[in-house]
Design a protein around this ligand. Structure first.
Ligand SMILES: Cc1cc2nc3c(=O)[nH]c(=O)nc-3n(C[C@H](O)[C@H](O)[C@H](O)COP(=O)(O)OP(=O)(O)OC[C@H]3O[C@@H](n4cnc5c(N)ncnc54)[C@H](O)[C@@H]3O)c2cc1C
Length: 300
């Protein structure tokens, strides 16, 4: 990141929310469930599947966690009512992970029950490293009762190879991504090439074990290597999927769909869009320029 981008990132916390909102727009379906359903319908017309995410994390009260759970159940009902090809993604800190892991697990089970009744699937997102052990242990506990659940592993974490080997033995359904949180160098690879190498090592283990894998990346190096592995291992189209974020690399997304790959778009919505948007903005190398232009120039 150059000095200019670094400066804007540093200033993000004091950047007016209205400015952040403008640049968050492509990454968020909207504030309401109806916005998410509308976006998923548009994606569906473009032959993309979706996974809907109710924005929010790190709740501090049981009431907030229960409200999040209820919203997730409303999402599952709306997906079924509209006959959409979408599952949902959930964050455990939104369901009370930091309050009480038993309570969180009960909330996850309620969502899994609602999903099962509608023949749908729930993906448990992975948050920062303070959540990894608890997230994996809740995943394993609920998977004993529910088959319709998958997990996420972050290629930047040094521990991930060991986690993936175990998950591959368990034939888990895994989304593999690089990882978005800022983690210390003792536990995470920092160099782009190292993260890419680890991503491909982990992907090789998952595909080698014929686990259903969500290949979640917009990185051409990884997408091309994944395509080669899939071909080499004779995977049928229904045995894996690519995954991308709403608003990121739409042309690449369409190209993958045209080539016949299954492609799922992570579709977040909700009133708590700020933390998610700031993470996305920090990730986008063009971000600094856009934010600067919005604050000080003509932004047409
Ligand atoms: C479906 C999905 C689910 C995810 N779930 C999780 C999760 O549970 N936990 C977690 O830690 N992380 C998650 N992530 C985020 C992920 O870890 C990465 O931070 C993110 O995908 C960027 O990594 P990349 O592999 O696309 O590579 P990058 O090298 O970051 O991106 C490759 C290229 O994509 C484009 N690009 C990437 N991001 C942006 C952006 N924000 N705006 C514009 N262009 C961009 C740029 O052209 C960039 O050069 C998820 C990502 C996806 C796609």
């Amino acid at each position: 990141m150059n000095i200019f981008n670094q400066l804007i990132v540093t200033l993000l916390p004091v950047t007016p929310k209205v400015v952040v909102a403008r640049f968050a727009k492509p990454y968020i379906a909207g504030e309401d469930l109806a916005d998410a359903i509308g976006t998923v319908k548009t994606l569906s017309a473009a032959k993309a599947m979706a996974t809907i995410d109710v924005l929010g994390e790190d709740v501090t009260t049981r009431e907030e966690a229960v409200a999040s759970k209820e919203e997730c159940n409303r999402v599952l009902a709306a997906i079924a009512e509209n006959g959409l090809d979408s599952n949902i993604s959930i964050k455990l800190t939104q369901l009370g992970l930091k309050i009480d892991t038993g309570f969180c697990r009960e909330n996850v089970e309620d969502i899994l029950e609602a999903a099962k009744a509608r023949d749908n699937f729930v993906r448990i997102d992975m948050e920062d490293h303070t959540c990894t052990d608890d997230t994996l242990s809740i995943f394993r506990a609920v998977r004993k009762k529910y088959a319709n659940v998958g997990i996420v592993i972050q290629a930047y974490l040094r521990r991930s190879e060991s986690d993936i080997r175990q998950l591959a033995e368990e034939k888990a359904n895994v989304r593999l991504c690089k990882g978005i949180y800022v983690e210390p160098a003792e536990i995470a690879f920092k160099k782009r090439a190292e993260v890419q190498q680890n991503f491909l090592r982990l992907l090789g283990i998952l595909l080698g074990a014929r686990c259903y894998t969500g290949i979640a990346t917009h990185d051409d190096v990884l997408i091309d290597a994944a395509k080669q592995m899939i071909q080499h291992l004779n995977f049928a189209r229904g045995e894996y999927e690519f995954q991308m974020l709403l608003g990121v690399r739409n042309e690449k997304r369409n190209e993958l769909i045209r080539d016949g790959h299954r492609l799922r778009v992570y579709t977040p919505y909700g009133k708590r869009w700020y933390a998610y948007s700031v993470r996305r903005l920090k990730e986008n190398p063009q971000m600094a320029w856009y934010v600067f232009r919005a604050m000080f120039g003509n932004s047409n």
